[in-house]
Design a protein around this ligand. Structure first.
Ligand code: MLT
Length: 312
């Protein structure tokens, strides 16, 4: 109706389906987290949440799409640590990760695993590093583009072993996993939300987890620290965002629905099977996520600058 006040609209929100943009291809770890959260949030919001995969440029195409969307609460972004690393990696980013979004809340921190095609000739991480250093010109490393978590972990890995490998970018580590299982690519560093099933099914080989402690659902995997690569440590945090300017009552409703989803037994059980868990309730808030993005931009800036990695 013409002239309906913004507050009234915000109070009625949501009155139609919501789009949740995942800035990577379907079937990957970001998509997995998004669909679990969206399914639960749609129940408490009473409107369908449609996940839309907008891949490319390490997640920055999808993030740009949401940064420019109407700030009405009907277009959301579920993104991960790439929201912070892209601020340094991309020299001409068409949006400001720290200021062009209305943060809703943190979602989950996901461990990463160093994995290889199942016939890769190394029985442990030490042997893998030796083989990779000797065969650097032949070994290929998959990732989801500059800005992806798999790219960041791959960068830490190559820095730690002092060896540059041929990297193969995909629109997400869902498609990358297909090639790893098929043996078309050799290595990848990817999140347990994507690798757990393939590891347990014997379709790929796993060498280590990138977290300070072992992952209960993958008890045989040593930490990179214990396996000799202490510098390769990264956990992939995920956040939910709306465009800057989304009315506060709408953001508040979304944050409450996110917190409810993170207490949902189905979400918690599935996250547990995939090696992760929901963040504590007090972290699923606009202020915590907003502050955290800024802190993570500052944290990764020197690491990325030292690695001399960037994209135009
Ligand atoms: C990443 O590497 O950033 C993610 O694994 C990409 C994805 O979710 O497909």
């Amino acid at each position: 109706a013409v002239g309906v006040s913004a507050t009234a609209t915000a109070q009625d929100y949501p009155t139609r389906p919501i789009t949740m943009v995942v800035p990577f291809a379907a079937g990957g770890p970001t998509d997995t987290v998004a669909r679990l959260v969206a399914q639960s949030m749609s129940q408490s919001l009473g409107q369908q949440i449609v996940v839309e995969n907008v891949g490319g440029a390490g997640g920055t195409l999808g993030a740009a799409r949401v940064a420019k969307a109407d700030p009405d609460g009907y277009t959301l972004l579920l993104h991960h640590i790439g929201q912070a690393t892209s601020a340094t990696l991309y020299r001409k980013l068409p949006y400001d990760p720290a200021n062009d979004f209305a943060p809703v809340g943190l979602v989950t921190d996901v461990p990463m695993t160093i994995v290889a095609k199942k016939d890769f000739p190394a029985k442990d991480l030490k042997e893998l590093v030796e083989y990779v250093k000797k065969n650097a010109d032949k070994v290929t490393l998959a990732n989801a583009g500059v800005g992806a978590a798999s790219h960041l972990c791959g960068m830490l890995f190559m820095q730690a072993i002092g060896t540059q490998l041929t990297t193969v970018p995909y629109k997400g580590t869902g498609p990358a996993m297909n090639d790893l299982v098929g043996g078309q690519v050799d290595l990848m560093c990817d999140q347990t939300t994507n690798t757990t099933g393939q590891i347990k099914g014997g379709a790929i080989k796993a060498y280590a987890v990138t977290t300070p402690t072992k992952v209960p659902s993958l008890p045989d995997l040593p930490t990179t620290k214990d396996a000799g690569l202490p510098a390769v440590q990264v956990a992939v945090w995920h956040g939910l965002y709306a465009p800057k300017g989304t009315p506060a009552p709408v953001v508040d409703k979304l944050s409450k629905a996110l917190q409810t989803a993170l207490k949902d037994e189905t979400v918690k059980a599935r996250f547990g099977e995939l090696g992760t868990e929901p963040v504590a309730q007090e972290r699923a808030t606009p202020k915590v996520l907003g502050d955290f993005v800024k802190a993570e931009i500052d944290r990764w800036k020197p690491v990325i600058t030292a690695a001399g990695v960037y994209a135009d």
